[in-house]
Design a protein around this ligand. Structure first.
Ligand SMILES: Cc1ncc(COP(=O)(O)O)c(C=O)c1O
Length: 442
């Protein structure tokens, strides 16, 4: 079946092939991209930023990715490119295990590295679980609670299936009710969002499930304020954090939620099959493991572990990807979490400010960083989203995705640390051209 978020393979490959030809490069871009191609992989320590990092520094960061030359990739909101050091780590562990399978689980090494994962999200090591995806993490919590018939969960209409579906299962199996809330696009304020959730709380509401950043419009939800609301009303707060992990600094202690699940393959750029789930220490006793595993032997009896490893035993795992997850955190730690967040912010601001000045463009994402971060959703007049995506890819060599959730007809751009300002400008130039002459994109 065709995935509507992707342009046809034939046209994509055609565009990529053209992009490799020097004649396809905008004049100012060619030398820099040639430089990128020849840059050797650097030891992590060499990526430490100078006191005032300028574009030279960001070219150095960019040089550590194997992105197709001439292609501005702006969809790591779906799957991010992997820095070479991360891909090398995964390949190294894979080769080692193939050569010597005597210690294929590498449990002790991974357990030691749990501290790096925990520090990365402001948590304790015994609260974090290595997962294979956000979906797995969301299921750990959503299917792990003891639901009673008639219990209710609140969620907004822009949630992703990865977060929704555990509650569809809970509905079918245990009679849980889902109450949907509509959050305006874009909303007016944090207070407005919190009131919408608060007004929807009923006598049987037990939990709120919410994305930290919605995948649809990139709305940044006020997790801490929702956490305070949940604390006041004695509700669980479970957060789908597929996007923020690797995009903005996270501190579980500060967020005031009970559970948080993140993706490794998106903004962390750790590759597929990676993720993290966190459950607050005082809540773990209320959440069962997702599958029948995770016990260990105490005095001859099998008992549940009393830490986050009880959610982790899913049989033999793809261990190299878990090492890659940790390496991607080390990669980001060297650059600096605040610096990454500010670079993402500056590229996104550049894009949103540019889009807001183009007649005929509707911006669905809020300006500023209180209600937005690295994802930007927009429409160009009423043009079909696929046409916009394809025209931007063919003419401007920028890859963005389409978005039809909630009856939208829009396109979404992710701007991350391997993107450069001239790529944002190339996207803006394409949108300007299409908005000025929509007939050409029909
Ligand atoms: C908000 C959100 N939640 C969950 C998912 C599912 O992620 P995963 O493939 O890691 O399960 C996605 C993927 O795009 C997403 O955007």
């Amino acid at each position: 079946m065709n995935n509507p978020s992707l342009p046809s393979r034939r046209r994509f490959l055609g565009a990529a092939a053209t992009a490799l030809g020097a004649s396809a490069f905008p004049a100012g871009l060619r030398p820099a991209l040639a430089g990128q191609r020849s840059a050797p992989p650097l030891p992590l320590a060499d990526l430490a930023p100078p006191a005032d990092p300028g574009e030279d520094y960001w070219w150095k960061v960019r040089s550590q990715f194997n992105i197709v030359d001439g292609m501005a990739f702006m969809n790591n909101g779906t799957l991010g490119p992997t820095p070479r050091v991360v891909a090398d780590e995964e390949a190294r562990i894979y080769a080692e295990i193939q050569a010597d399978p005597t210690n294929g689980y590498r449990r002790d090494e991974l357990h030691e590295r749990r501290k790096i994962v925990a520090d990365f999200i402001g948590a304790e090591p015994d609260e974090v679980t290595y997962t294979r995806s956000t979906t797995e993490g969301m299921n750990i919590f959503g299917l792990g609670l003891d639901w009673r018939e008639g219990d209710e969960v609140l969620m907004c209409t822009h949630e992703h299936n990865g977060g929704i579906e555990p509650y569809i299962h809970a509905r079918e199996r245990h009679g849980v009710q889902i109450r949907w809330v509509d959050v305006p696009v874009p909303p007016e304020s944090v207070d407005q969002i919190v009131s919408i959730y608060e007004d929807a709380i009923g006598p049987r509401t037990r939990a709120i499930m919410v994305s930290h950043l919605t995948y649809v419009t990139g709305l940044r939800m006020p997790i801490r304020a929702l956490g305070e609301l949940c604390a006041r009303r004695d509700l669980y707060l479970t957060v789908d954090g597929a996007h923020p992990l690797g995009m903005i600094p996270l501190d579980m202690g500060d967020l005031q939620c009970h559970h948080y699940a993140g993706a490794g393959q998106k903004w962390l750029m750790a590759g597929t099959g990676t993720g993290v789930s966190w459950i607050r220490r005082d809540t773990m006793g209320e959440v069962w493991p997702l599958i029948g595993a995770g016990t260990y032997r105490v005095d001859g009896e099998r008992r549940f572990r009393e830490d986050s490893r009880k959610y982790e035993n899913t049989g033999q795992r793809h261990v190299p990807s878990q090492f890659a997850l940790v390496k991607s955190m080390e990669f980001q730690n060297v650059i600096g979490r605040e610096l990454i967040a500010s670079r993402v912010r500056s590229l996104s601001d550049r894009l949103r400010e540019g889009l807001s000045e183009i007649p005929g463009v509707k911006l669905w994402t809020s300006m500023g960083d209180e209600l937005a971060a690295g994802l930007t959703l927009f429409s160009v007049r009423d043009l079909p989203m696929e046409n916009i995506q394809q025209a931007i890819l063919d003419e401007d060599r920028v890859f963005i995705r389409t978005m039809s959730t909630g009856n939208l007809n829009a396109v979404r751009a992710s701007t991350h640390i391997y993107n450069m300002p001239h790529e944002v400008d190339a996207l803006l130039a394409g949108v300007r051209r299409i908005a000025a002459n929509p007939a050409a994109a029909m």
